[in-house]
Design a protein around this ligand. Structure first.
Ligand code: PEP
Ligand code: MN
Length: 366
């Protein structure tokens, strides 16, 4: 189903329309002093929108759940003393009323809230009639329809200043990042709703202050509109998400290291061909990553074979692989001969690797 949204610009007066639009600030407002120190430094390096979590949705009870409404006057002070706009996360109608009461300029719906249509509806109803820009984080699970559904609920409540935040998707097994970016989902959202601003959240994607630049660069190369980055005056002492926060000085460096490439080719806008190529690039990356995982399992098998005195090559097993992959190819409308060729190459590499592992183990044994 195509989404039809009636949209207006989310740009606040005086905020540059140049990419990237940057929102920065601590994961959580902790104390008035921490908020003010962080805000002053960010404002001095040109940041125009200050984020701070007031109500924190935590996975497990007992961790710091935000200071609550007592932190809102601190954000008013940020606005008064630095001139920055302020942004907070809202998850209930009460949060929305409090944010409005304290003159918050922008709110976002968190990943756990987007996944719950009842909660999104409650927030949408409470926001009816405000002129604030609202950003919707992707749901924790990789479900594009659920993400679009949340946008539609807000739009039906009359909210037109809408944007999204791409913060990656939960994973069960450990990967390089805290959350799997699954960039193709954000790209598909852009294809479906082309004028919807997309802001990347490298902090919640990577979960690691050392990886903020690489994720931000990828977002810029995919032509995202902005970045929301967690920044704390002293990340090591943060009460939440300590590993992923950067100091304002570090953020300044990251932003100056970013290479911002033009989305236009000459005077032609990005074509459908470019977008399709981007999809291919991402899929190929996944294919190679999956291959790496396959090879590492293959090496574990080599260890097992070595310990149990079994040969590397097991012809029957190889035959079974080719037969079963041929069947999977047919089921997926692929040419089985092509898939068999592919598996001959994969198997050859796998045998080579296993042989090397066994030789190494044999040497170590001597
Ligand atoms: C946050 O931005 O601090 C936050 C809680 O993010 P998310 O909803 O993406 O987990
Ligand atoms: Mn956080």
């Amino acid at each position: 189903m195509e989404a039809q949204l009636e949209l207006e610009s989310i740009l606040l007066p005086g905020v540059d329309s140049k990419r990237p639009l940057v929102i920065a600030g601590p994961c959580s407002a902790e104390t008035e002093e921490q908020v003010m120190n962080t805000a002053r430094e960010l404002a001095a390096s040109g940041i125009k929108i200050f984020r701070a979590g007031i109500w924190k949705p935590r996975t497990r009870p007992g961790s710091f759940e935000g200071v609550g409404s007592v932190g809102l006057p601190w954000l008013q002070r940020v606005k008064r003393e630095t001139g920055m706009y302020t942004a907070v996360e809202v998850a209930t109608a009460q949060h929305v009323y409090e944010a409005i009461k304290y003159g918050i300029d922008m709110v976002w719906v968190g990943a756990r809230t987007t996944a719950n249509p009842f909660a999104v509806q409650e927030v949408a109803d409470a926001l009816r009639g405000t002129d604030m820009p609202i950003l919707v984080k992707n749901p924790v699970n990789p479900d594009l329809e659920l993400w679009i559904g949340a946008l539609e609920r807000l739009n039906r409540a009359g909210i037109k200043k809408l944007g999204v935040i791409h913060r990656g998707f939960s994973v069960y097994q450990k990967i390089k990042y805290r959350n799997d970016p699954q960039w193709q989902i954000a790209i598909e959202l852009h294809r479906r709703i082309p004028n919807l601003p997309i802001i990347n959240d490298p902090s919640h994607i990577s979960g690691d202050s050392n990886l903020i630049l690489e994720v931000s660069q990828q977002a810029m190369d995919l032509n995202f509109d902005g970045l929301i980055v967690e920044s704390h005056e002293c990340p090591a002492q943060a009460w939440s998400d300590a590993k992923q926060q950067v100091t304002p000085a570090h953020l300044k460096m990251i932003l100056s290291d970013l290479v911002i490439r033009e989305a236009m080719i000459g005077d032609k806008p990005r074509t459908e061909l470019d977008e399709l190529r981007q999809k291919i690039d991402l899929l190929d990356k996944q294919v190679v990553e999956i291959m790496a995982k396959r090879m590492s399992i293959s090496e574990q098998i080599a260890k097992y074979k070595f310990e149990n005195g079994v040969t590397v090559l097991q012809s029957r097993r190889y035959d079974e692989i080719l037969q079963s992959r041929r069947k999977v190819a047919e089921e997926n409308n692929l040419n089985p001969d092509f898939v068999v060729k592919l598996y001959e190459a994969i198997h050859e590499e796998s045998v080579n690797r296993q042989t090397l592992v066994m030789q190494k183990l044999q040497k170590e044994k001597k």
